[in-house]
Design a protein around this ligand. Structure first.
Ligand code: G3H
Length: 481
């Protein structure tokens, strides 16, 4: 049995706890593996006060000095990458290789962000093109103020840092709230930030029960920007409760893989299996439905079954592809979706086997639009297969979802690919590849219930900055010289 590890919050440069704790449960064993502080309203309010105060001097700290301090934090992440990856494995049951990749991807993200920030030069306009002489405006980028960063369980390092680093390097202060499951590694990163000597109050990390501090966190009037990744239900709640705050919301998805009759089926099946089952389907960008031309359905299904049976299923410590899902609630939800589809005539091709939180990868054929599995986001290793008879039908089904994050199209005909890509209403369309956020410099955005605002390195920086104009006016008259 693992020892129960307690990690403190970080407020105003101090390791902080108040004697009350929230338990962190292992998805693999359902046992308590750690505890983080259960903070109260007063402590959260105080945290915003110190963040707002510290931001003033951080904003005027020269950029290269800000980068130097943040780079020390990054170097500590490099030094402790093994421990960080092991915490990810322990806390969210991600396979070891994927956990290590999450950390190295994050280091790359930080380095690129520093370089990108150095190039956020002011824009200059003249009044000439508006018929006004002797007027010139310089619009430089200045920080917005206090950023609340709320990260999800599935990328507790990468999707935390992808909010925190752009916010900080741009001159904002940050209050960081990791997902409960993900708090151990989130607060561990905060301990490293303190070792790196990020000035007190500039970066703060808090924890607590969502039911007790959730509203308090988002309703504070000192917040200038909220950057959130998580479920559509929670993100929508934040949008309703927040006060005159800029919002970046990355929420749910039901990304379709649309497979045309002329697709390279071997490539298609490989990409679909990776896209649907990596980290047990617990990715907002996972392929969550296959829409396939009925002419090639049997051939595709055969390949999908072959490949799904080769996935390694088991514990994260054994570096499996499919590992236990995050909690028992998710297991129950997924069982309900499979049972509903099964009762309504769907055919289960593989999987539908459960051991505690471990769900064997499940392929469900003959799914139709009357089944919840066709529309709901399972956030687990279950993939519905829906057939279509013509491309217009595929586009209609794809666009009928409440979600519109990404889509994939598999075809060898560039004309079909481009026509369908333009007809889909998702944030991004991938041609002949799985749906995915990276590479991390690409803009990343969802529409409809999938999100608001844009991430990706450049756009993340933009979302934490505002233009500040200084306008020069002058006269040509000689007597004024
Ligand atoms: O879960 C949401 C993430 O933004 C997905 O990122 O496509 O790199 O797995 P990913």
């Amino acid at each position: 049995m693992n020892k129960v590890r307690q990690i403190n919050a970080l407020i105003n440069g101090e390791n902080y706890q108040n004697g009350k704790w929230v338990d962190i449960i292992s998805p693999t064993t359902n046992e308590v593996i750690g505890q983080v502080p259960a903070l109260t309203k007063k402590e959260i309010d105080d945290c915003y006060q110190v963040a707002a105060k510290a931001q003033k001097s951080w904003a005027t700290t020269p950029l290269l000095e800000r980068i130097a301090v943040l780079n020390k934090w990054k170097e500590l992440m490099v030094e402790y990458q093994e421990e960080i990856a092991n915490l990810i494995v322990l806390e969210i049951a991600k396979g070891k290789t994927a956990a290590v990749t999450e950390v190295t991807r994050t280091i790359d993200y930080i380095e690129y962000t520093f370089e990108e920030m150095k190039r956020m030069h002011p824009r200059t306009y003249t009044g000439d093109s508006w018929g006004i002489a002797n007027k010139m405006g310089i619009f430089q980028y200045v920080p917005k103020g206090v950023v609340l960063a709320i990260s999800p369980f599935n990328y507790p390092v990468n999707l935390s840092i992808a909010k925190i680093i752009p916010a900080l390097v741009a001159g904002n202060s940050v209050v960081f709230k990791p997902a409960s499951q993900g708090s151990l590694v989130g607060l561990f990163l905060a301990q490293l930030a303190n070792v790196a000597k990020i000035p007190a109050g500039v970066f703060n990390a808090v924890s607590g029960k969502g039911s007790e501090i959730g509203d308090i966190l988002v309703e504070n009037p000192l917040i200038n920007v909220i950057s959130f990744t998580g479920s559509t239900a929670v993100g929508t709640g934040i949008a309703q409760k927040s006060l005159r705050t800029d919002l970046i919301l990355e929420m749910g998805g039901k990304d379709p893989a649309i497979v045309l009759a002329d697709a390279d089926l071997e490539l298609t099946a490989t990409k679909i299996i990776k896209g649907a089952f990596s980290y047990s389907g617990q990715r907002c960008t996972a392929i969550k439905r296959v829409l396939v031309d009925q002419k090639v359905k049997q051939a595709l299904v055969k390949l999908l079954v072959e490949k799904v049976n080769k996935l390694k299923v088991g514990n994260p410590e054994d570096d499996c592809d499919v590992t236990p899902v995050i909690n028992e609630k998710t297991v129950k939800y997924i069982k309900g979706l499979i049972n509903d589809a099964s009762k309504k005539g769907a055919k289960i091709l593989t999987g539908n086997k459960f051991e505690k939180n471990l769900i064997y990868p499940t392929l469900v054929d003959n799914v139709n639009q009357s089944m919840a599995l066709a529309w709901e986001e399972p956030f687990g290793p279950v993939l519905p297969i829906i057939s279509f008879t013509n491309v217009d039908e595929a586009i209609k089904i794809a666009n009928a979802s409440q979600y519109a994050l990404q889509a994939a199209i598999f075809t060898t005909n560039i004309n079909s690919a481009m026509t369908i890509a333009h007809a889909l209403d998702t944030g991004t369309v991938n041609i002949n590849d799985q749906t995915q956020r990276g590479p991390d410099l690409f803009p990343f955005m969802g529409v409809k219930d999938s999100g608001l605002g844009v991430q990706g390195i450049h756009d993340a920086l933009i979302s934490f900055l505002r233009p500040k104009g200084i306008v020069f006016n002058w006269s040509d008259k000689k007597e004024n010289k």
